[in-house]
Design a protein around this ligand. Structure first.
Ligand code: NPW
Ligand code: ADP
Ligand code: K
Length: 494
């Protein structure tokens, strides 16, 4: 599935029109899809349709017409007459069926809501350009306070479709029927919550046109299945990918250990942890190479054979003293390299090293991305797709921008987003687990973007499984425990 900005959707509409499918046809299909969703999901005998002055309102008139056959329907419209020819045409068609819209005024709305109808919200869609205010904002507040169930058309009115940030007053929908494709706001919090259950309706724009106009893929288990690592029956440990983890410090040795354990559970052939200090060794499978950050760490690491470091992960719980050698460390081996946490150093030399390397995967959370982009975490949260793309373009690396919705961006512009997981994952160490499993899965250097996408979905699935068991009290190691089953489910299409 693809994710659309308002601009991309308008361009797709235009391309459809140029190809011979006029907007009026799309609007008819849109309104029909909304009426079908009402029939499928709601049993209310009474439906109140609220129509705005744009094409979103046009969809509302169509839905009202189709619902007349099975429900008691009333329509309240914003006092401004429909602006587009298409919406006007649909309004006339409704009149021809004997239903006359009435003005959306306070008294009329209050009366209509008393009958506890299903409300179809067709006030504003992707054309919203500013926060709702005055009478419209008051009407939306009244709908929200009524306790009535609401089905929004395309976007809950008042939500700006291109960002997860909320502009101002908005409808809180029970369900939203998005037209032709998912909207950016439906994937990112806090706007995502306003959509309720979100679905996408096909309104007859040819698939090729939709594909050509969308730049972001919504990740799904089905979408990443082809990129899950598989192994031949006669393989050996040096063939499936060995991982060198350069991580840990006196305080954060646990981060390094969790990354190593996750990598082993994700199928790494051999995992070597290079860190200073003694390592508890509770997982005897992890090989420990001692290094001293003050005594030629690069020399120590250089002595490790090539076959022990087909992929590197640098960063979880990394000792602060590593910062001084970070650019040289990144450049030391040309193998796929995941840079997490302490290895997301930033600065000119770091950025040059990452760009020159050319096979890096960066896994910042919003705060780390803000530091790398020299902006605020709020700016990253407002435009995470743009932030991930900019960072990927600047560094030439695949960027995994972590959050409740995670964005994956490749330097060539491919972008994907995933909204899975569980709120319980907001706990220390879950990022280390992701870093470890990406380390295990990024052995295919020709498919770093695809493998990163698969890793993000599998990590989120493990979080969902652990969340179902432990709720908000899940801890990072629970994810490692849940990972094998999550991986199996994805492989088997469950
Ligand atoms: N391919 C598809 O997906 C298809 C989509 N279709 C449908 O079209 C919808 C987009 O339609 P749209 O462009 O006419 O915009 P829509 O949201 O109805 O109206 C907004 C209008 O109101 C105005 N306005 C903005 N903000 C405001 C505010 N705060 N307070 C007051 N006024 C405000 C603004 O005008 P302005 O005042 O800024 O000049 C604007 O013109 C889309 O969501 C979907 O439902 C289908 O019909 C066909 C195929
Ligand atoms: N509310 C949430 N819903 C889903 N996933 C989440 C949520 N909060 C955090 N995550 C995921 O948990 C991980 C947290 O990573 P990070 O912030 O680096 O934690 P740490 O550094 O403590 O390991 C990321 O993969 C992120 O996508
Ligand atoms: K709407």
């Amino acid at each position: 599935m693809k994710l659309f900005s308002a601009h991309e959707m308008r361009a797709a509409d235009q391309a459809a029109a140029d190809a011979g499918i006029p907007l009026l046809l799309l609007m008819e299909a849109a309104g029909r899809a909304v009426a079908d969703a009402v029939t499928r999901h709601f049993a209310h005998p009474e439906v109140l349709v609220l129509c705005g002055g744009g094409n979103n309102g046009g969809d509302g008139y169509v839905a009202a017409r189709h619902l007349l056959a099975s429900r008691r329907v009333s329509v309240l419209e914003l006092s401004s007459a429909p602006r587009s020819d298409d919406a006007r045409t649909m309004r006339r068609a409704l009149l021809a069926h004997g239903l006359t819209p009435r003005p959306l005024e306070e008294a009329a709305l209050t009366r209509a809501l008393e009958g506890r109808p299903l409300v179809v919200d067709a006030l504003f869609g992707s054309g919203l350009t500013r926060p709702l205010e005055g009478e419209v904002a008051a009407a939306v507040a009244r709908v929200n306070a009524s306790g009535c169930e609401v089905l929004s058309v395309d976007v809950p009115s008042g939500v700006a479709s291109d960002t997860g940030e909320l502009l101002g007053p908005h409808v809180r929908a029970t369900r939203t029927v998005q037209l032709a494709g998912a909207k950016v706001a439906s994937l990112f919090h806090p706007a995502r919550a306003a959509f309720g259950a979100a679905e996408v309706a096909d309104i007859g724009i040819p698939k090729a046109i939709l594909e050509a106009h969308a730049s972001v893929t919504v990740l799904s288990p089905d979408g990443v299945r082809a990129h899950l690592p598989t192994r031949a029956p006669d393989t050996h440990k040096y063939e499936v990918g060995t991982l060198l983890v350069i991580a840990g410090s006196a305080t954060y040795l646990g981060a390094a250990e969790m990354a190593c354990r996750a990598a082993l559970r994700a199928g790494a052939g051999l995992v070597t942890l290079a860190s200073e200090g003694s390592f508890p060794g509770t997982w005897p499978e992890i090989i420990h190479e001692r290094l001293a950050w003050d005594h030629d760490p690069l020399g120590t690491l250089a002595e490790l054979g090539e076959n022990r470091a087909q992929v590197r992960l640098i960063g979880p719980g990394l000792d602060r003293r590593a910062a001084a050698v970070l650019p040289a460390l990144i450049g030391q081996r040309r193998v796929p390299t995941v840079l997490d946490a302490g290895a997301l150093g930033g600065g000119d030399a770091w950025e040059r090293a990452v760009r020159d390397h050319g096979r890096c995967v960066l896994t910042p959370h919003h705060g780390e991305a803000a530091k790398l982009l020299e902006t605020s975490a709020k700016a990253v949260r407002t435009a995470p797709l743009e932030a991930a793309r900019t960072l990927a373009e600047r560094t030439g690396a695949v960027v995994v921008l972590k959050g409740a919705t995670t964005v994956v961006a490749a330097p060539d512009g491919r972008t994907a987003a995933h909204a899975g997981g569980h709120p319980g994952m907001a706990t220390g160490g879950t990022g280390d687990v992701l870093a470890g499993l990406l380390g295990a899965w990024c052995s295919d250097e020709g498919a770093l973007f695809e493998r990163a996408c698969a890793g993000v979905v599998a990590h989120a699935r493990a979080g969902e499984r652990a969340g179902a068991r432990f709720g908000d009290g899940l801890i990072a190691t629970d994810l490692i425990g849940a990972f094998p089953e999550a991986w199996r489910e994805l492989r088997e299409g469950r």
